[in-house]
Design a protein around this ligand. Structure first.
Ligand code: HEM
Length: 313
């Protein structure tokens, strides 16, 4: 049975959404949802395998970098949602207009306030790769609105899928409060069942009145959207390399925090993906932070002090 949930539908805020449309789950290979899923499979694999995403999934994300990634999302979603608002009554997009359920800009403003403080707007700027993405979204929204669905699909369907994994990883790795501050972006409070909502979204995409050529252009545009995302990830990855480990809250500094981190031969090996013995200072510092090791060290000091006292007596 389809479930019912509160929300907006096709431009009408505050209406109830019924999932009747999702009862018939049979799909045809010419459905836009299938064409998009199949046609962006390779791009999805590539995006999942970018260094930035792989590191993120392993919890290797510095807080400074996470803040920059969130700022990039703020600029991206501001553009996307501005163009979706512009096209909310345009039949090529109207059935996919779900401001209450999907829109992320307000959530991202809360995250920006949490990370950067009240004057966050003066502290962030749109990066080069993000600007290219933003420019394309505005171009599409204003000149080729039939392609807007590609940008909405690439982001929101992803956020409702892999994005939920990232939320947990970020919360744990960055030791963010359990009150969910800093990860509002990942919280879809008006979606009670992501799987069902995605089904509804697919049904709405399939019901758009589109010819074969337009569908092909939409798939092409979705692949382009994936590329923009990957360019942002690569840019973040490069910035991440130039950040010192201290930028990661609770992280252990490699060396003493002075000088260029990348000149450390052990660190260079790590960046190149080579398995090596690891930096001795880093290893020692990491071990020294373990409670068990601290206990053993304390015991050793006590024994040494006892022995010294016995010797001088
Ligand atoms: C952290 C890495 C990622 C993981 C673990 C991940 C995981 C997943 C999973 C499990 C699904 C299938 C969900 C379902 O069928 O209901 C999915 C779908 C999707 N993901 Fe990702 N994903 C990741 C990264 C990304 C990125 C970077 C993007 C784009 C920016 C993206 C865009 C999408 C889209 C558009 C779908 C919908 C596919 C469809 O059903 O048509 N994902 N993802």
């Amino acid at each position: 049975m389809p479930s019912v949930m509160e929300g907006s539908e096709g431009g009408e805020e505050g209406e109830n959404i019924h999932y009747e449309e999702t009862e018939d789950d049979s799909v045809s290979p010419t459905d836009l949802s299938e064409l998009l899923k199949e046609g962006t499979k390779e791009s999805h694999d590539r995006a999942e395998n970018t260094q930035f995403v792989k590191d993120f999934l392993k919890g290797r994300i510095k807080k400074e970098l996470f803040k920059l990634a969130t700022a990039a999302l703020y600029f991206t979603y501001s553009a996307l949602e501005e163009e979706m608002d512009r096209n909310k009554d345009n039949p090529v997009f109207a059935p996919l207009y779900f401001p209450l359920e999907l829109h992320r800009r307000e959530a991202l403003v809360k995250d920006m306030e949490y990370f950067y403080g009240e004057d966050w707007k003066e502290k962030i700027q749109c990066s080069e790769a993000t600007q290219h993405y933003v420019d394309r979204i505005h171009h599409v929204g204003q000149h080729e609105p039939e392609l807007l669905v590609a940008h909405a699909y690439t982001r929101y369907m992803g956020d409702l899928s892999g994005g939920q994994v990232l939320k947990k990883v970020a919360q744990r790795a960055l030791k963010l409060p359990s009150t969910e501050e800093g990860i509002q972006f990942y919280m879809f409070e008006n979606i009670s069942n992501a799987q069902q909502f995605k089904q509804l979204y697919r049904a709405r995409m399939n019901a758009l009145d589109l010819d074969k050529n337009t569908k092909e252009r939409i798939v092409e545009e979705a692949n382009r959207a994936f590329r923009f995302n990957m360019q942002v990830f690569d840019e973040l990855d490069k910035i991440g390399m130039s950040l010192t480990e201290e930028a990661q809250d609770g992280g252990v500094p490699v060396h003493d925090g002075k000088g260029d981190l990348r000149k450390c031969p052990y660190y260079a090996d790590k960046l190149a993906g080579k398995a090596g013995p690891g930096c001795p200072y880093h290893t020692a510092m990491t071990l020294a932070k373990q409670p068990v090791v601290q206990l053993i060290l304390a015991a050793c000091v006590a024994v040494a002090a006892g022995a010294a006292a016995w010797y001088v007596m």
